[in-house]
Design a protein around this ligand. Structure first.
Ligand SMILES: [Zn+2]
Length: 177
């Protein structure tokens, strides 16, 4: 039996599991990961700080897939974990893991997540992700909504650069995550 609104205890348990999964995956992939290419840095320089672009690492998975998370919270029918491995790419803090080649639109979206992680920290990122995911599903997670919104701007108006750092800071200040 599932309560449609998770208890604070269930939510706390889930965000702890999510944060642990993110940290483990980040630590697993970071050592073998590569920096952005100089072409990628040039393309993204109009939107992201040089510090962020210098610190992020990329992994392209060829014959393997991202490990399925095992989130288990008593009383909650959760999150179809395969949803994670079906995604084109997934970002663990400062490491982007691609199941497909990281074309610019995918890379941009994931770099927005890197900036969100940088400003929120892994625990807060996991908290807000878990809370909204449970209430409304993947497409209503504001962290995703914002990355999609900015991604659309990046694709549709390539001659109007903007600062993702400022955009993320604004959403945090307005409590939109
Ligand atoms: Zn995303």
């Amino acid at each position: 039996m599932t309560d449609p609104f998770p208890s604070p205890e269930q939510l706390g348990q889930l965000s702890a599991e999510v944060a642990k999964y993110i940290r483990n995956q980040r630590d697993k992939y970071r050592p073998g990961a590569l920096p952005l290419s100089s072409e990628q840095r040039i393309t993204m320089a109009a939107y992201f700080s040089p510090e962020l672009l210098g610190n992020v690492r990329l992994v392209s998975l060829v014959d393997e897939q991202v490990e399925n998370p095992e989130f288990f919270v008593v009383g909650l029918d959760l999150v179809d974990p395969s949803a994670f491995t079906m995604m084109a790419a997934i970002t663990f803090s400062d490491v982007i893991v691609g199941n497909v080649p990281l074309w610019d639109d995918i890379l941009f979206h994931e770099l927005v997540h890197c900036e969100q992680y940088r400003q929120l920290g892994i625990q807060k990122f996991a908290d807000t992700y878990a809370r909204h995911y449970l209430k409304a599903g993947y497409h209503r997670v504001p962290l995703e909504e914002h990355a999609c919104l900015l991604g659309t701007r990046f694709e549709l108006t390539p001659n109007e650069p903007f600062s993702v750092e400022q955009e993320v800071a604004r959403w945090i200040a307005d409590s939109r995550y």
